[in-house]
Design a protein around this ligand. Structure first.
Ligand SMILES: [Mn+2]
Length: 424
């Protein structure tokens, strides 16, 4: 389904007067308004190809309808999102769920929606029909060399797929670990994983990066071979300058101070970027900002502070991706909400009075430091984010327009009631 530009403009026209009033009210207090708007316009978040269908748990999956049936339809869905908010100009592919049949044609189709290909993701957490060995007891860490070889070759194939599409990074998330004490020799598992990663690293093109994602638990519940940022950082440090640590917000133990982790990784030039989501308990994969928007703001505050300290480009020097699962919502509506939450947190972080904060920190004025942070967090920046969308040709109210246009109903008409997207 293609969104007609005129439809967006027509809806914006009717909302413009109210928007202008709201925007001017908040804009008056923003000293660096033009800079903030420019940064918001440039900021793009990649949509994962596996998040366009309904997600589920191991208890069940309640499929929606009108889900994309192939890669072409997934691109079309991300194209829709991008047309609405002008902030989702990239897609992150999962191999083997989304292997293009014709790379040139897929690249051209993506370009027609204004989309780029972000990091490609490998999968050694499931067995595939075409493979010889099982990953039941791990992949890159496996005690059997033949299994490790299969997993390494798969990752190298994913790099090749990415090269053909114009991606510049490989994300490796390992389900490897152990479920019971005694099952694994920790040191042996670490060393085997490292040796496997060295081989994958050696296959990276010159201008590529590898992102090592960590996760505290699940599917293994006693140990994970890349269980926390320390382990990921160790792999990334030993591998070399093209290896980085990827932070997935849901992959921590409860109450972890993610903003501190982010700050230190960035200090060491080892932060790859993000998989955004939100959670109450674990890897819940809920809509970004739905549970703890303050934490998201604090993370962005560290990101902005750290990137500015290093002279980094906010939009391009780190990887920005969503990794969420939509079990009870329309996936496209959920993604629109997630993107909006990310843009809001980013905009709030751009409003922090960093000079005043540094001054407060220098004299241990704890109260002032909190006031400064919360002044930015409590500013309703939604009109600023909407203004950035307006400037880049998006909709003032993307979610509202999605509903007015009955997009899901149209997709069901096109694709059918009982379609199931590949993915989790
Ligand atoms: Mn992830």
């Amino acid at each position: 389904m293609l969104l007609n530009k005129q439809l967006i403009e027509d809806q914006n026209k009717g909302l413009l007067a109210t928007h202008k009033r709201n925007f001017e009210f908040v804009a008056e207090g923003v000293a660096n308004l033009d800079d903030v708007l420019k940064k918001l316009v440039a900021f793009q978040i990649a949509i994962p190809s596996w998040a366009l269908g309904t997600g589920g748990t191991r208890f069940g999956r309640f499929s929606g309808s009108g889900e994309p049936r192939n890669l072409e339809e997934k691109l079309s869905d991300v194209g829709l999102l991008h047309a609405l908010n002008q902030s989702s100009g990239a897609i992150s592919l999962h191999i083997p769920w989304d292997i293009p049949k014709n790379h040139v044609a897929i690249k051209a189709l993506a370009a027609s929606y204004g989309l780029k290909f972000d990091a490609v993701n490998s999968n050694t957490f499931q067995n595939q029909a075409t493979q010889e060995h099982s990953y039941k007891f791990g992949s890159l860490q496996h005690v059997d060399k033949a299994v490790r070889k299969q997993a390494i070759e798969h990752n190298i194939e994913v790099i090749q797929q990415g090269v053909a599409l114009g991606s510049k990074a490989l994300t490796v998330w390992l389900a490897d670990g152990s479920c019971f004490p005694g099952q694994l020799n920790f040191r042996g598992a670490w060393e085997r994983t490292y040796e496997s990663l060295v081989e994958i690293y050696a296959a990276l093109p010159e201008d590529w990066k590898v992102f090592v994602e960590y996760k505290a638990f699940e599917p293994n519940f006693y140990s994970m071979s890349v269980g926390d940022w320390g382990q990921s950082y160790l792999y990334a440090s030993k591998l070399g300058p093209k290896a980085y640590t990827l932070v997935d917000l849901g992959h921590h133990l409860p109450n972890a101070n993610i903003e501190q982790i982010v700050s230190l990784l960035m200090m060491e030039n080892k932060l790859a970027g993000f998989h955004f989501n939100d959670s109450k308990y674990g890897d819940d994969d809920l809509t970004v900002g739905s549970i703890n928007p303050y934490q998201l703001f604090l993370i962005f505050n560290e990101l902005v502070e750290g990137m500015d300290a290093k002279g980094m480009n906010h939009a391009t020097d780190l990887g920005w991706m969503i990794d969420a699962s939509h079990n009870v919502k329309d996936p496209l509506e959920d993604l629109l909400q997630s993107i909006e939450a990310i843009m809001i947190a980013y905009a709030q972080a751009l409003l922090v009075d960093t000079k005043a904060l540094k001054a407060a920190q220098a004299v241990n004025d704890v109260v002032a430091a909190q006031e400064i942070l919360q002044a930015a967090y409590r500013t309703d920046v939604r009109p600023i984010v909407a203004q950035a969308r307006l400037l880049s040709g998006g909709a003032l109210q993307p979610l509202n327009l999605y509903r007015i246009l009955n997009v899901r109903k149209e997709l069901v008409k096109e694709r059918g009631e009982k379609t199931v997207a590949t993915g989790l």
